[in-house]
Design a protein around this ligand. Structure first.
Ligand SMILES: Nc1ncnc2c1ncn2[C@@H]1O[C@H](COP(=O)(O)OP(=O)(O)O)[C@@H](O)[C@H]1O
Ligand SMILES: O=P(O)(O)O[C@H]1O[C@H](CO)[C@@H](O[C@H]2O[C@H](CO)[C@@H](O)[C@H](O)[C@H]2O)[C@H](O)[C@H]1O
Length: 561
C-alpha cells in the first residue's frame, strides 16, 4: 500500500486506483496540498488561519489516448477550512506523468504538485492543466457535449454557439496562458486559424451556476451581442437535487494588444508630459476611444435589457423596497467597516489623506441623510442583470474596438449577491471611478510631476477626469436613447449614479487601505466628489428642511508649510 516514510508520495496501487488508497489521499491532504495550494496565485485563503484541507470529491476524466500510460486525470475538489468563517472549495485537476519514459513532457515548476511513485512507477503529480492530454480531453468532451458519470453526479460538457461546427473534430493544439489570476486560462488552436478558443477553469467553486456563464451565454445566444468573446461552452458538475457547480467556461480567443487600463495609461502619458509645461492636451483620439467605450457599455446594457425574454432571471425589475433595503444594509455595514478601518489606520495616512479622511468622517450625517433619501425617493427606473465588476481592466483593446470580459462579478460578494439585478448605472459608476483612478495614479505617481504643487496637479487631474467622464456619459446616454424604460429621467440618472459612485468609492477605500495604502487618496477623493454633489442637491432643494451644517471643504486645501 502506501509508504509515507519517503518525502514524496509512494503507493503500491496504480494511479488509476488512487481513490482506493485512503492513506495516499490522507498524505495529499495533510502534507502535499497545504504548501502546494499556498503557492498558487488563485488560492484566496493565504491570509486566513488555515485549519484543514480535505479532498471532498474526486471526479474521473479518462484520457482519449494513453501516451504516457496513466490513463486518467482527476478533478479534485478540495475543501479549505479556517479558524474563522466559512470553508471554501477549490478545483484542482490532477494527473500523473511517469518520468522513466523517453517522451516525458516539460512541466513548469509551479505545476508540479509532488513527485510520486505509483505501482513502482516514478513520476510527477501535476496540476493537470499542464498536461497536454488533459487539455485535449477537455476540448474533445466539450466539442462533443459529453456527460461523464461519476460516483457523485456527473460532469456535463456543454457546447455553445461560439464553437464552430467545423472545429468539433479538429486536432487542436493547446497551452496554458501565462496570466496569473484568480482562475486558470487555457487556449486552443485549430488548424490554419491559430489560437481560437479560450477556456477559463474556475478555481474557487460555488454551489451555483457561475454568473459569468449566465451572462456570457445569454449575451451570445439570446442577444447576439458581439462585443464579448462569444460563448463556446462550459463544464458543469451536476447532482440530483442540488444546484449545479460551474467548473469552467470556453469563449472565443480575442486577439488584443492590451487591456483598456494600460491603453488609457499610455494615452495619459502624453497628457502627463505636457503638465510641467503648463499645457493641457488631450488628443482627439482619446475622446474617440472614450466615446466608443461609452457606446459599447450602453450596447451591452441594451443587450442585457430583455423585457421579452422568457427567462425570469433576465426580466427587468423595479426598485422594490426589498432591493433598497438590501443595498442600504450592505452599504451601511460597508460604511461601518470603513470608518473603523480609517480610524485604525489614521496615523499611517499622509497629511492630505488625513484631511480627506477627516471630511469623510465629518460627512457621516450627510451620507446617512442621503441613504435615507434612497430609501424613500420614488424611483421608476429599472434594474437588470449587469456586468457587476466593470472597470478599465475588464475591457480588452482590439485595434479599433473593445471586447468586454470577466463577468464573474465582485470578488467580495457571494454568488447569490452577484446575481441581484441593479441599475446598469452601477457598471457606469465602476467605469467612471476607473477613469478617475487612471488619471490620479498617473499624475500623482509619476516622477515627471514630483515637483509640481499638489493643488495644481489636483486641479489638472480634475479637469481631465471631468471632461472624460462627461464624454463617456454623453455617449452612453445617447446610445441608450431617450426615453428608455431603464432610466425614468435625468434626475433619476444623476441620483442613482451618485448612489453607486459612493458605494464603489467606499468599497475601494478598504481595498486600498488593505492592498495599496499609497493610493488611498484616490477613493477618498472620489468620496469627496460625491459628497460635494450631494451637498449641491441639498442646497438646491427648497423643500428640504435639514439642520445639517455645510461641510468644511476648506480643510482640503493643501497647506503650504
Ligand atoms: N476571450 C479571451 N481572449 C483572450 N484573452 C482573454 C480572454 N478572456 C480573458 N483573457 C485574458 O486573460 C486574463 C484573465 O481573464 P479574466 O476573465 O479577467 O480572468 P480572471 O477571472 O482569472 O481574472 C485577462 O486579463 C485577459 O488578458
Ligand atoms: O481583481 P478585480 O479586477 O476583480 O478587482 C479588484 O482589484 C482592482 C485593482 O486591480 C480594484 O480596482 C481599483 O483599481 C483599478 C486600478 O488598478 C481601477 O481601475 C478601479 O476603478 C478601482 O476600483 C477593484 O476595486 C478590486 O475589486
Amino acid at each position: 500500500m502506501f509508504d509515507s516514510t519517503t518525502s514524496n508520495l509512494t503507493s503500491s496501487s496504480a494511479w488509476a486506483n488512487l481513490i482506493q488508497d485512503q492513506d495516499a489521499i490522507r498524505f495529499l491532504e495533510t502534507t502535499i496540498l497545504p504548501p502546494y495550494l499556498n503557492s498558487c496565485r488563485w488560492f484566496a485563503g493565504k491570509a486566513r488561519q488555515q485549519e484543514h484541507f480535505r479532498i471532498r470529491f474526486v471526479h474521473e476524466i479518462p484520457f482519449r489516448s494513453d501516451s504516457y500510460t496513466a490513463e486518467k486525470a482527476y478533478l479534485i475538489i478540495v475543501e479549505a477550512g479556517y479558524a474563522n468563517g466559512e470553508t471554501e472549495n477549490y478545483l484542482l485537476p490532477l494527473s500523473f506523468i511517469e518520468t522513466d519514459r523517453p517522451d516525458v513532457p516539460d512541466v513548469l515548476p509551479k505545476g508540479i504538485v509532488t513527485t510520486a511513485v505509483f505501482d513502482q512507477k516514478p513520476g510527477l503529480i501535476v496540476d493537470a492543466i499542464y498536461d497536454e492530454r488533459f487539455r485535449q480531453v477537455l476540448y474533445f468532451n466539450l466539442a462533443h457535449q459529453n456527460a461523464l458519470a461519476q460516483k457523485t453526479g456527473r460532469i456535463v460538457f456543454h457546447r455553445g454557439r461560439g464553437l464552430a461546427a467545423e472545429h468539433i473534430d479538429a486536432e487542436v493544439t493547446s497551452r496554458v496562458l501565462p496570466v496569473d489570476s484568480s482562475n486558470s486560462a487555457l487556449v486552443f488552436g485549430v488548424p490554419n486559424q491559430g489560437e481560437t478558443y479560450f477556456l477559463k477553469l474556475y478555481r474557487k467553486l460555488f454551489q451555483e451556476t457561475n454568473p459569468e456563464v449566465d451572462l456570457v451565454s445569454f449575451l451570445t445566444e439570446h442577444s447576439h451581442f458581439t462585443h464579448i468573446p462569444a460563448y463556446a461552452g462550459s463544464l458543469i458538475w451536476q447532482q440530483e437535487g442540488v444546484p449545479d457547480v460551474t467548473l469552467g467556461m470556453m469563449q472565443l480567443m480575442v486577439e488584443n494588444q492590451q487591456d483598456s487600463w494600460n491603453q488609457t495609461g499610455d494615452y495619459l502619458n502624453d497628457f502627463l508630459y505636457a503638465v510641467p509645461h503648463r499645457l493641457f492636451t488631450i488628443k482627439e483620439d482619446v475622446f474617440d476611444r472614450v466615446e466608443l467605450l461609452g457606446r459599447r457599455t450602453a450596447q451591452m446594457h441594451l443587450a442585457l435589457y430583455s423585457p421579452e425574454s422568457n427567462d425570469p432571471s433576465f426580466a427587468p425589475e423595479p426598485f422594490t423596497d426589498d432591493y433598497r433595503e438590501f443595498i442600504i444594509r450592505r452599504f451601511e455595514s460597508l460604511l461601518e467597516r470603513r470608518y473603523t478601518l480609517v480610524i485604525d489606520n489614521y496615523a499611517k495616512l499622509d497629511p492630505l489623506a488625513q484631511r480627506l479622511a477627516w471630511v469623510f468622517m465629518e460627512a457621516k450625517e450627510m451620507i446617512d441623510e442621503f441613504v435615507n433619501d434612497f430609501r424613500h425617493r420614488p424611483l421608476e427606473s429599472l434594474r437588470i442583470r449587469i456586468h457587476g465588476d466593470y472597470h478599465l481592466g475588464q475591457v480588452l483593446a482590439t485595434g479599433n474596438d473593445f471586447i468586454i470580459i470577466d463577468f464573474e462579478g465582485e470578488p467580495e460578494s457571494s454568488i447569490s449577491e452577484r446575481k441581484i439585478k441593479h441599475s446598469p448605472l452601477k457598471d457606469v459608476a465602476g467605469m467612471i471611478r476607473s477613469y478617475h483612478y487612471a488619471v490620479s495614479a498617473k499624475l500623482f505617481g509619476s516622477t515627471e510631476t514630483e515637483h509640481i504643487d499638489p493643488d495644481h496637479l489636483q486641479r489638472v487631474s480634475e479637469r481631465w477626469y471631468k471632461l472624460i467622464r462627461d464624454t463617456y456619459m454623453d455617449a452612453y446616454l445617447e446610445t441608450i436613447g431617450s426615453p428608455h424604460p431603464l432610466y425614468k429621467n435625468n434626475s433619476e440618472v444623476n441620483f442613482l449614479l451618485l448612489v453607486y459612485l459612493l458605494e464603489k468609492a467606499v468599497y475601494e477605500l478598504g481595498y486600498e487601505i488593505s492592498y495599496r495604502p499609497a493610493w488611498v487618496k484616490i477613493p477618498l477623493k472620489g468620496i469627496m466628489d460625491v459628497i460635494r454633489e450631494i451637498e449641491k442637491i441639498r442646497i438646491a432643494d427648497p423643500t428640504r428642511n435639514s439642520d445639517l451644517p455645510l461641510l468644511q471643504m476648506g480643510l482640503l486645501q493643501t497647506k503650504k508649510e
